[in-house]
Every structure is written in C-alpha cells, then in structure tokens.
Design a protein around this ligand. Sequence first.
Ligand code: SF4
Length: 172
Amino acid sequence: MNNDRNEPWREALRKGMKAKERTGIPRVNMPELAPDVRSHNFEEVNKGLTAEQALQEAKRCLDCPDAPCMTGCPVEINIPAFIKNIERGNLVEAAMTLKATSALPAVCGRVCPQEKQCESQCTYHKLKKEPVAIGYLERFAADESVGATLAVAHRGSTDTERATARVAPTMN
Ligand code: SF4
C-alpha cells in the first residue's frame, strides 16, 4: 500500500518539515457566510478553504507510513497522496488521486461523515489533537482542480502538459 510514498518529492516534503512543527499547526476552521448574508441568499454557508488555509492544513498531515486514515475511508482514497499533492501545489494530481477511487469527490468532501470515517482514524487522535481536516481538503482539491486544469491548458507548452489538461477529471 502507498508505494508512491517513496517518491522523491514525498520524501523531500517529509524532510523539509519536522513532525513536531507539523503537529504544532492548528487545524483550520472552514470560513462561513455571516448570518445576515445567509438570510438573504441561497449560497452555500460553508465557503471552502482558501489556498493558504489548504496549504496550512496539508502541512499538518504526517504522511504516515501505514496511513490509518485510509482504513476509515469506504472507497480507500489514497489520502496522504492527495494531501501531499496539495502541499506541493499540484492540484491536478491531487484531484486525480481522489478520482482514482471516488466518482464524486466534490460531493463526498461536502456530505461524507468524515468525523466517523477517515478523520476518526487519523494519527492525531493518538496525540490528543484534532485530526487533519481531510474532508475540507478533499473539497478544496476537487473544487480548485478545475481552475488548475484550465490554467495548465492555457499555459501548457508541452504535449505532456496539454495531455494532462485534456484528461484531468471534472470534479462534480
Ligand atoms: S492518519 Fe492523519 S496524519 Fe496520518 S496520513 Fe492520514 S491524514 Fe495524514
């Protein structure tokens, strides 16, 4: 399981920040619409993480060798792989990791009971800390990958980049 954990970029991320630093980062709070705004429109109350918040939360993930979070996921998403892709700024790869085993990650990121599934198994519980916000990050990667895909398509100067943009999944 989780062989891609040995890829050089994953090892570099782990070496780049000590576990103690990662566990010292507080869990993010999802921004919400103010009550007076909510009462006058039909927008989602939960607004989703900003890019800065997603990066901060992704850094909390310890990229555990046994990834106990995955045992709590009914479709066995490679959770540390998609989170570490967020940390390195590759949102298309993060979304493709989600899409490999989940048909609707943007929906799952909003409605799955993560507190009873993946997040309930997160190593942070053993440290008496709040688990990594896996559901928030799933929603972020699924939503933001659409924009990232378009950006690659516009910027792409190589066949590989253009091919990646063409096959990148639509997350809805
Ligand atoms: S258990 Fe928590 S810290 Fe470990 S890989 Fe999963 S999300 Fe990251």
